[in-house]
Design a binder for this molecule. Structure first.
Ligand code: AMP
Length: 490
């Protein structure tokens, strides 16, 4: 089976000066990536840490983050990527839950944490250039990375991906998509989301260039489209939400990005309206709808979106029915089997057993997604629980409710997703306070939002807060979420 590190090493030896990573103001060749990551590995090995202890890598789209990722796995440690938009209390929670022993950073971090914090560029400046032996590298069933995702218990949960999981995923990507031809890959998703893995490793093992864009650029359309125009991007990986945002700019079309010939979408429903617009604007490009959760290594199935397909259905399928690793339980839940099923949630054996049961002698992952089969394809039709996607971000409504409930003025709380044209566009919190409101609701909301911003990333903080006397219950005595959702539409 493919060894990710051996493949990257081969590229570094054969094409040392080729660009591995490019941003609008920084770049890294394969030779630099290989040698600098050896230095990080030497530094870590010098610390004499227990093998496989996680290392947190904190930053945002910097080439030095990739150096740190490879350095960690070369020294036998999994890395935990944490984007610098993560609030400090959540970062500390992740450090505690992962029992990480060190944080490597590429951005300023002005918070006191329970582990030593070291800057990646200082590490590489201070450490000798000595190659690591492949025997020290993370391998086989060992953990390569751990990605933290929202958890319904109120705390994020760490999905552990092994070297084998990742190798199988990258093999699958190369087998099914036109990725080998030389070209530039868009790197849009921050590394704390596993969508980033869809371009990161497939690009690096085949010696391609990653073109990373930052949140700051995304917030500034002129800078974003200037970068896209000069990027030479051939393979576009993003959430449908990001493409939808780009489509709002009339200049985003094939003439701006003449090399673009492959769109890989994953992470949420790909609306047919988005596909139709893309087909018009990028007539040379193929469009793929990929499906899969972090727990089974990024993606496990796909369909190529053709004009026939969008004429035949009013919703896009996520897989052909023949897809061997996907099946439906009797209640319609989609389960996933195969070599990319994660080793489970770090330090959470009960959660792991529940989500990754044995069926026969096979460990499977219960996705919580509901699906149905029709005309030879599998379709996604919603969730069994309160996990939602908002602008492409995965979040558990219960985690938000628990965090809001942790703050003293709050007695109880329910969070409702707000829909527009069948798509979640924002969140609304219904809050019962312990004491009647003394001040204005506006002030209370401001106070609650400020408190929450230490614990939750901004996309998890509800847009509106409404103060009510009691949480309404339905006839079964459960929280009447449907009733509240209806109130939102009136
Ligand atoms: P994440 O772990 O962030 O990748 O989120 C995984 C979840 O995103 C899945 O369990 C689905 O609910 C949803 N998802 C992923 N891909 C698709 C897709 N192509 N269509 C619809 N939902 C998707």
């Amino acid at each position: 089976m493919l060894s990710i590190l051996t493949a990257i090493q081969n590229v570094a030896l054969q094409y040392p000066h080729r660009t591995a990573y490019q941003t609008n103001n920084d770049s890294l060749t394969y030779e630099e990536l290989w040698h600098l990551s050896d230095r990080v590995a030497q530094y870590l090995m010098g610390l004499d840490l227990e093998r496989q202890l996680p290392i947190v890598v904190y930053g945002h789209m910097s080439p030095m983050q990739i150096v740190a990722f490879l350095g960690a796995v070369k020294a036998g440690h999994p890395y935990v990527p944490v984007d610098s938009s993560t609030p400090s209390e959540r970062l500390q929670l992740i450090i505690e839950a992962s029992q990480a022993c060190l944080l490597l950073k590429t951005e300023t971090l002005n918070t006191h944490l329970s582990v030593p914090v070291v800057t990646v560029s200082d590490v590489v400046a201070q450490t000798a250039n000595i190659a690591t032996e492949s025997t020290t590298w993370v391998q086989d069933q060992e953990i390569h990375y751990i990605i933290y995702t929202s958890g319904s218990t109120g705390k994020p949960k760490g999905v552990q991906i092994t070297a084998n999981n990742l190798a199988h995923f990258v093999d699958w990507m190369h087998e099914h998509f036109p990725l080998q031809e030389s070209g530039v890959f868009l790197n849009q998703a921050p590394y704390s989301f596993d969508l980033s893995v869809m371009d990161l490793y497939p690009a690096l093992v085949s010696g391609q260039t990653l073109y990373a864009i930052t949140q700051e650029q995304i917030a500034n359309p002129k800078s974003l489209f200037d970068s896209l125009a000069t990027s030479g991007i051939r393979v576009w990986t993003s959430t449908p939400s990001f493409a939808k945002m780009c489509l709002m700019n009339k200049e985003w079309h094939q003439e701006l990005m003449p090399a673009l010939d492959t769109f890989l979408f994953c992470g949420e429903v790909l609306p047919i309206s988005v596909v139709k617009e893309l087909m018009q604007r990028f007539p040379q490009a193929s469009i793929y709808n990929l499906y899969g959760p972090t727990e089974t290594t990024v993606a496990v199935s796909y369909v190529e979106v053709t004009t026939e397909l969008i004429e035949q259905f009013d919703q896009l399928p996520i897989a052909p029915i023949s897809e061997p690793n996907l099946s439906l339980l009797e209640d319609g839940e989609i389960i996933i089997s195969g070599p990319t099923v994660s080793a489970g949630y770090l330090g959470a054996p009960d959660l792991t057993l529940k989500a990754f049961p044995l069926i026969g002698d096979q460990r499977i992952y219960k996705t919580g997604d509901i699906g149905y089969a029709r005309d030879g394809y599998l379709f996604f039709s919603g969730r069994k629980d309160f996990q939602v996607k908002l602008h492409g971000y995965r979040l558990e409504i219960e985690e938000i409710e628990k965090q809001i409930g942790n703050h003293p003025p709050v007695s109880s709380c329910v969070v409702i997703p707000i829909l527009k044209d069948d798509e979640i566009v924002s969140l609304s919190a219904y809050v019962v306070l312990r004491e009647p409101l003394l001040d204005s609701a506006f002030k209370m909301t401001k106070q609650l939002k400020a408190l929450l911003s230490d614990y939750l990333p901004s996309y998890m903080i509800p847009k509106t807060f409404k103060y009510i006397d009691t949480i309404p219950l339905n006839t079964n005595g459960k929280v009447d979420r449907t009733g509240l959702a209806v109130m939102e539409t009136v």
